[in-house]
Design a protein around this ligand. Structure first.
Ligand code: SUG
Length: 455
């Protein structure tokens, strides 16, 4: 690629829209926020508007912003597969009575966290010069296992042009290949248009050498396996020289770090991470240094500056780290970082004042999502695209002022501002959700991506 081509390459952050059934059901084991907020009343309208505002302000600041639709919930088809029958209202009523935990699972709006939608390899790193996609199987939890089929359809609808985009199958949805997508994958490079090294972080290993028990988490599940990460790298044609596989620190998982993006974030040559992120910190950095063609800029936050409790509660590391044209970087942090003194001090005195490209901090309120354990970085899927690839996208998915206005009006028209766990069996909610998504597919011009079931 010529210098001009390299600079035409941009990272597009595709944020997931918060769906109309966004609620607090405490479904995610090992995710402290989700577990502790189960049972609260949610505000789906506020959640969706908070997400849209985040997208709008980043677009206004000059960053390329995309949007991905939510999935159809409640997933009545999943309840039918589990033996509930009758009309849609009957299915919902029976599930509410006989298996309320299943009803809650099929109502989760978890597809908003698009960092778990899949793993993406930019064309610059692929031998066939196409962008590669693998939807994550999310088999660790039932409510998220319901996502990959529709995720695959959405990705294939938007990234449809076969000349530019290649889609791979979801990995086998079994514990050995447990995959949670880009939340455990970081691409390190010079500029986005230069070749990158792919850091895959996993929590456990299934085959091969048996690891001693104390090197795996004891309290909470490890959601990513080495075997899954290796399979994704293989699908995308990434070579040994382009990949580093590192084990996440098991103590971090046990402290509530259920994805690597809760304890580390990378962008360009910068890797911002907490001391407890990797089991073998030095080995991981050395492996990256050996493979990268540009010097790695590690920004390490020690335990004495930010405790694990502060890291998990504030989601400091679930920030978006964005490149600016002048070579500096902007860190987009959730509002919760301001509420913890140690975290805020670290941002001011260590990150901003330190010898690294981070020169600005933007604070965003995504509280509705945060209460379910989803910060700014969970809400976005990064796709590095050339000019030609951006031009080849299908649908109206790159945010503009008009699309923002349309989406905001759409949310205001269709979303409730109050949803309690007991409301989930309301057949009216299912109808509202369906009507909203039907309209959304027309608004985004992405064609039929939902397996719509009407009553
Ligand atoms: O998988 N929460 C999600 C949060 C995902 C955050 N993503 C990243 N770190 N990239 C999860 O734990 C809670 C849903 C509920 O309880 O309804 C939930 O699934």
């Amino acid at each position: 690629m010529s210098a001009a081509d390299i600079s035409s390459v941009r990272e597009v952050n595709f944020d997931g829209l918060v769906g109309p059934t966004h609620n607090y059901s405490g479904l995610a084991v090992g995710n402290v926020a989700s577990m502790s907020h189960g049972g609260l009343v949610s505000n789906p309208k506020e959640g969706a508007l908070q997400g849209l505002l985040k997208m709008k302000s980043l677009m206004d600041a000059g960053y390329a912003q995309g949007v991905l639709p939510p999935q159809q919930r409640p997933d009545i088809g999943a309840l039918r597969d589990l033996g509930f029958s009758g009309s849609n209202s009957e299915v919902l009523a029976r599930a509410a009575l006989e298996a309320p935990q299943l009803l809650r699972a099929v109502c989760s709006a978890s597809s908003m966290w698009t960092a778990n939608a899949g793993t993406i390899t930019p064309s610059i790193d692929a031998s066939d010069n196409r962008v590669h996609f693998t939807p994550a199987n999310l088999q660790s939890s039932f409510h998220r296992y319901l996502e990959p089929q529709t995720t695959g359809r959405v990705l294939q609808a938007i990234f449809r042009d076969e000349q530019h985009f290649a889609h791979h199958p979801v990995l086998p949805a079994t514990p050995a290949f447990s995959d949670e997508g880009a939340a455990n994958h970081t691409r390190l490079c010079g500029e986005h248009g230069e070749p990158g090294v792919h850091l895959f972080v996993y929590g456990r290993q299934t085959f091969g050498d048996v690891r001693s028990g104390d090197r795996e988490p004891q309290r909470y599940p490890a959601r990513q396996t080495l075997e899954a990460s290796q399979a994704v790298a293989r699908q995308h044609g990434l070579t040994e020289a382009q990949t580093v596989f590192a084990q996440q620190h098991p103590d971090a998982i046990d402290a509530g770090v259920f994805h690597n993006d809760v304890i580390a974030v990378g962008n360009g040559p910068v890797l911002l991470y907490h001391e407890m992120a990797f089991l073998n910190e030095e080995g991981t950095l050395d492996a990256l240094r050996a493979k990268m063609s540009t010097p790695l800029i590690p920004v390490r936050v020690p335990l004495e500056a930010v405790s694990m409790e502060d890291a998990v509660a504030s989601y400091l590391f679930n920030s978006q780290l964005l490149s600016n044209p002048d070579g500096t970087m902007t860190l987009v942090v959730p509002g919760e970082c301001q509420e913890r003194e140690a975290v805020w001090n670290t941002i001011q005195n260590h990150l901003l004042a330190g010898n690294n490209p981070i020169s600005e901090v933007i604070v965003k309120d995504v509280k509705q999502s945060m209460r379910n354990g989803g910060g700014p970085a969970c809400l976005r899927l990064r796709v590095v695209l050339t000019d030609a690839e951006r031009a080849a996208l299908t649908g109206r998915v790159l945010l503009t002022a008009t699309l923002y206005d349309d989406l905001t009006a759409w949310v205001n028209r269709h979303y409730r501002d109050r949803l309690a766990p007991d409301d989930l069996a309301d057949p009216q909610l299912a109808e509202e959700s369906l009507t909203a998504l039907d309209e959304l597919t027309q608004l985004l011009k992405i064609g039929p991506v939902y397996p719509f079931q009407l009553g």
